[in-house]
Design a protein around this ligand. Structure first.
Ligand code: ASP
Ligand code: MG
Length: 417
């Protein structure tokens, strides 16, 4: 069984419905890594404005600024207070927005930068992983009505207790989608350092193809199982509100990947949309507790549990390696026997076509068996087959599965006119 959590729906707080021609354009950290790139982003925003759009930009922090701020916090204190950590790490996005706004002014256009709080992004009070509960977009609408380009600092909001919060790593994607929903935008464009979503990680599989279209459900499974282009929660919000996303490169004008509702054309072309992987995933075995208690405690500790299997009195679950300390503390606090394996990774085959075509699992298992790759745990959902394999087998497993499902063929792209 896989569990997927759904994000609450940002309400519109009485805002007017969407106006024609609003676009939300989000740029990731690599796209704004230095002032030269920020200038290129500014030019792109100006071009969208000159084409007649109402332009809202969401920027990430420059390069690895956020990592650097987190590092600084831990240099200062072993356990920084979550509220102060959010005060600190929300700064990077503000820097990008202010700088890009200056560049837009110099290009002869009106623009204004806003923090998440000023932009009306209201969240719950969970520091470091806050959820958006409301978007009060009045100020953005006013600025757009004054012909300004509006730049909103990604990844942050203000809580119902009036504190600055952040939305979790990669959270600028969620800022962008939530704004697209609240503004009734026609498009939500996610500009990044890759050309789109691929049939596998192209660094690992040179023959991987860029997908033209992926359904929300596929993208959710892909993002949750290792595809790193989008924060999972941004895809949940997009799906809940049927906002189309376009993931594309900052550095070219090429069409990227559309993430949208499933349609028959996606299914007729290729059964499988992609093979994703994670190199490290901890697998825990727990004896002597009931699942309700166990998973409540893990959830409270912020452990992002993925796979759950229960057989007899034993419970097996997996979680990302970075959550290991929290998981360990939570399990130690329970009176249970537990062990963990850290030598495993996970390979997943994802595709909406699986629902209607039997034999995908058989082909996946045959392929791995023929390559001499042992499966430790196998989990399926209606559109995913995930296999835990030894870490050292992950790369080979991805290559073999990619070939077995002919994802190097042109049809894999799901290109249709
Ligand atoms: N800068 C934040 C991070 O690195 C948020 C984002 O870029 O989406 O996680
Ligand atoms: Mg990102």
């Amino acid at each position: 069984m896989t569990t997927t959590q759904f994000e609450g729906v940002p309400s519109l707080a009485g805002e007017a419905p969407g106006r024609a021609g609003t676009v939300v354009m989000k740029f990731g950290g690599t796209s704004v890594a230095d002032t030269e790139r920020l200038l290129a982003v500014a030019r792109r925003l100006v071009a969208a404005r000159e084409a007649g759009n109402r332009v809202v930009a969401v920027l990430s922090a420059m390069g690895d600024t956020t990592d650097e701020l987190v590092r600084l916090a831990h240099e200062m204190s072993p356990e920084p207070a979550p509220r102060e950590l959010d005060m600190l790490i929300s700064v990077g996005e503000r820097v990008s927005c202010a700088l890009a706004t200056m560049a837009i002014h110099d290009l002869g256009h009106e623009a204004i930068s806003l923090t998440g709080s000023q932009a009306g992004i209201v969240t719950d009070t969970a520091h470091g992983k806050a959820k958006i509960v409301d978007v009060r977009a009045r100020r953005i609408h006013e600025a757009l009505d004054e012909n300004r380009i509006v730049l909103v600092a990604g990844f942050q909001g203000v809580s119902t207790d009036y504190d600055i919060t952040t939305l979790g790593r990669g959270g600028s994607d969620t800022t962008a989608v939530a704004l697209a929903v609240a503004l009734g935008a026609e498009a939500c464009e996610i500009y990044t350092d890759v050309e789109g979503v691929y049939t596998a990680d192209p660094r690992l599989v040179p023959e991987a193809r860029k997908l033209h279209a992926v359904s929300y459900e596929e993208m959710l499974e892909m993002a949750a199982s290792g595809a790193r282009v989008l924060q999972v929660r941004s895809v949940e919000v997009a799906r809940n509100h049927r906002v189309k996303l376009h993931v594309r490169s900052t550095f070219s004008a090429a069409d990227g990947t559309w993430i949208r509702e499933e349609d028959e054309r996606m299914l007729e072309k290729a059964l499988i949309s992609g093979v994703t992987h994670t190199r490290e995933e901890m697998l825990y075995r727990v004896e002597g507790t009931d699942p309700a208690r166990l998973f409540a405690i893990l959830a409270e500790a912020g452990v992002n549990v993925d796979t759950i299997v229960r057989t007899g009195s034993e419970i097996l679950f997996s979680a990302p390696a970075e959550d290991h300390e929290s998981a360990r503390d939570a399990l130690d606090g329970l009176d249970v026997d537990w062990t963990a394996r850290d030598d495993l990774g996970k390979v997943s085959v994802v595709g909406a076509g699986m629902k209607s075509h039997p034999g995908v699992a058989a082909r996946a298992f045959e392929t791995l068996a023929a390559a001499g790759i042992e499966l430790e745990v196998v989990i399926t959902s209606p559109i995913k087959i995930a296999c835990h394999v030894r870490g050292e087998d992950v790369e080979r497993a991805v290559l073999e599965l990619h070939r077995a499902f002919q994802l190097d063929a042109p049809e894999a792209e799901r290109q249709h006119a």
